[in-house]
Design a protein around this ligand. Structure first.
Ligand code: NAD
Ligand code: G6P
Ligand code: MN
Length: 430
C-alpha cells in the first residue's frame, strides 16, 4: 500500500505519522511519500526528518520518501492525502484581514476568507486530480485542505476521482461530548448533518439513551465545546435549549456575528489575526521538530487547531482498507441524504465506510430552524466553486453577495476587488 501526502511539509504530518504507527496492526503500509513544492523545501526537510525518525523508532518496515515531484508521489499511490496551503500563511493573513476592513468576519475557511482560499486552492486540486486519474492506482483522495467541503465538491463536480473530504470538527465534538458526559468516546453515538464548518449534531446518545439536554446543559455551564483556533464566546442559554441540536464551534461566527467581529478586530490589533499567531507557534514548533533526538509527535502541536486529525484520517483509511463498516462523519456528495439540498453538492454527514467508500446515513429534512442558513451557505459555496473553476467574475460577486457575513452588494464588490488584487499570482483562472 502506498500513501502520498501532498503538502507533506505541513506541521500536521507528525500527527498523521503517529496515527499510521498506532494502527500498524490493521494497515499494511509499505511506503509513505511526502511531497511539497520548492518553496516548502525547508519545512519538508524538517518535517520529513522527524517523520523518518518516528518510523525508525517504531521498527515498522515502512519506507518514508521526500520529494518535490508530485507525479512521482502520485504514481501507483493507493491513497492521496491533501493538506496543502496555496500562498502559505501570508495569504491566510490577507484572507483574514481584508474582510475586517469592511467590518465583516475574517476567517480562513468561512465567509470571504474561505472564498479567497477556495479560489486559490481549487485550480491546484483539479490539477492534482488529473494526475491521480492518470498515474495512481485508482487512489482514494482524502482531502483535508480547506475549505474542505468546497474543495471536495469541486473534485466531485469536475473530475472522476474518488474523493472524501475530512474535517476534525465532528470527531472533536464527539470527544468533547464524551468529556462533558464523563464517558468514553466509543460510548457516544452522534449523528451529524450539515456542511463542513456548518455541521450540527442532530442527536447524541450514550448506550441508547438520549443525552442531548444533558450535553447542552454542560455546554451552557461552560464546559469545553470549542476548537483552539476559534474565540470561545459562550452560547446563549435560551437559544441552545430552543434549538435542541448542537451547533459546531464555527456556528459562532453566524449566531454571534456581532460579538465575534468585535473580538476579531481587537485580537487583530493586539495579537494579530489567527494566521499571524500561527506563524509564531510554527516558529517554535519547527525548532522543536529539528531536534535530532525527537522521535515522537511533540506536545506543542496541541496549540494548533488540528487535534485528532490523525485519528480521523487514519481510522477512515483503515475502514476503506479493511472493509470494517465503521461510522465516520465525512464530506460526500449529497445524493438525497439531506432532502432540501441538491444532489450534486457535498455535505458533511455521518456515513458507514467500507471498501466501497462512504455510504451516508439518511438525514431527510433538516429542522426549519437551521435549514435556511445551510441552504444559503451552500448557495455561496456552489457559486464560489463555479467561480474558482471558471474564473467567472459575476459568479464570484454573486457568491459573496450570498454569504451571510456580507451586508451588501457594494461591500461584496469591494471585498472581491481586494481579494482578486491581493491574490493575483495565485489566480490563473481570472
Ligand atoms: P501549511 O501552511 O503548513 O502548508 C502545508 C504545506 O503545503 C506547506 O509545506 C507548503 O509548502 C505546501 N504547499 C503550498 N502550496 C502548495 C501547492 N500548490 N502544492 C503542494 N503543496 C503546497 O498549512 P497547514 O497549517 O499545515 O495546513 C494545511 C492545510 O490543511 C490547509 O489547507 C489547512 O486549512 C488545512 N487544515 C484542515 C483541517 C480540517 O479540518 N480539514 C484542519 C487543519 C488544517
Ligand atoms: C480546526 C479546523 C480546521 C482549521 C484548523 C485551524 O481544527 O477543523 O479546518 O483549519 O482548526 O487551525 P490553526 O491552528 O491553523 O488555526
Ligand atoms: Mn475543519
Amino acid at each position: 500500500m502506498k500513501i502520498a501526502v501532498i503538502g507533506g511539509g505541513s506541521s500536521y504530518t507528525p500527527e498523521l505519522i503517529e496515527g499510521f504507527i498506532l494502527r500498524a496492526d490493521k494497515m499494511k503500509i509499505d511506503e509513505i511519500v511526502l511531497v511539497d513544492i520548492e518553496a516548502g523545501r525547508e519545512k519538508l526537510e524538517i518535517v520529513g526528518g522527524l517523520a523518518k525518525r518516528m518510523i525508525e523508532k517504531s521498527g515498522l518496515p515502512i519506507k518514508v520518501e521526500l520529494t518535490f515531484d508530485r507525479v512521482k508521489a502520485i504514481t501507483n499511490a493507493d491513497f492521496v492525502l491533501t493538506q496543502f496551503r496555496v500562498g502559505g500563511l501570508d495569504a491566510r493573513a490577507c484572507d483574514e484581514r481584508i474582510p475586517l476592513k469592511y467590518d465583516v468576519i475574517g476567517q480562513e475557511t468561512t465567509g470571504p476568507g474561505g472564498f479567497a482560499k477556495a479560489l486559490r486552492t481549487i485550480p491546484v486540486i483539479l490539477d492534482i486530480c488529473k494526475e491521480i486519474e492518470e498515474y495512481s492506482n485508482d487512489a482514494w483522495l482524502i482531502n483535508f485542505t480547506n475549505p474542505a467541503g468546497m474543495v471536495t465538491e469541486a473534485v466531485h463536480k469536475y473530475t472522476n476521482v474518488k474523493a472524501i473530504g475530512l474535517c476534525n470538527v465532528p470527531i472533536n465534538m464527539r470527544q468533547m461530548s464524551a468529556n462533558i458526559l464523563e464517558v468514553d468516546r466509543d460510548d457516544v453515538s452522534m449523528s451529524f448533518a450539515g456542511l463542513n464548518h456548518l455541521v450540527y449534531a442532530t442527536n447524541v446518545h450514550v448506550k441508547g439513551k438520549d443525552v442531548m439536554d444533558e450535553l447542552l446543559q454542560g455546554i451552557i455551564e461552560g464546559k469545553n465545546m470549542n476548537m483552539r483556533n476559534i474565540h470561545d464566546a459562550p452560547w446563549e442559554e435560551e437559544f441552545l435549549h430552543a434549538l435542541r441540536v448542537l451547533p459546531c464551534p464555527y456556528h459562532k461566527y453566524y449566531y454571534m456575528m456581532d460579538e465575534m467581529l468585535v473580538e476579531e478586530k481587537e485580537a487583530a490589533e493586539q495579537r494579530g489575526t489567527r494566521a499571524e499567531q500561527v506563524k509564531e507557534i510554527e516558529k517554535e514548533l519547527f525548532e522543536t521538530y529539528k531536534n535530532p533526538d525527537l522521535n515522537v509527535k511533540p506536545k506543542e502541536l496541541e496549540q494548533r487547531g488540528g487535534s485528532l486529525y490523525s485519528e480521523a484520517a487514519v481510522s477512515l483509511i483503515t475502514s476503506i482498507m479493511t472493509n470494517d463498516n465503521a461510522i465516520h462523519t465525512v464530506n460526500v456528495p449529497n445524493n438525497g441524504t439531506i432532502s432540501q439540498l441538491p444532489d450534486d453538492v457535498v455535505v458533511e454527514v455521518t456515513c458507514v465506510v467500507n471498501s466501497e467508500g462512504p455510504r451516508p446515513l439518511q438525514v431527510g429534512k433538516l429542522p426549519t430552524a437551521v435549514v435556511g442558513l445551510v441552504q444559503q451557505v451552500k448557495a455561496f459555496e456552489e457559486l464560489t466553486i463555479e467561480a474558482a473553476a471558471t474564473g467567472n467574475r459575476h459568479k464570484a460577486l454573486l457568491a459573496l453577495v450570498n454569504n451571510p457575513f456580507v451586508p451588501s452588494s457594494k461591500v461584496a464588490k469591494q471585498i472581491l476587488n481586494d481579494i482578486l488584487e491581493e491574490n493575483k499570482q495565485y489566480l490563473p483562472q481570472f
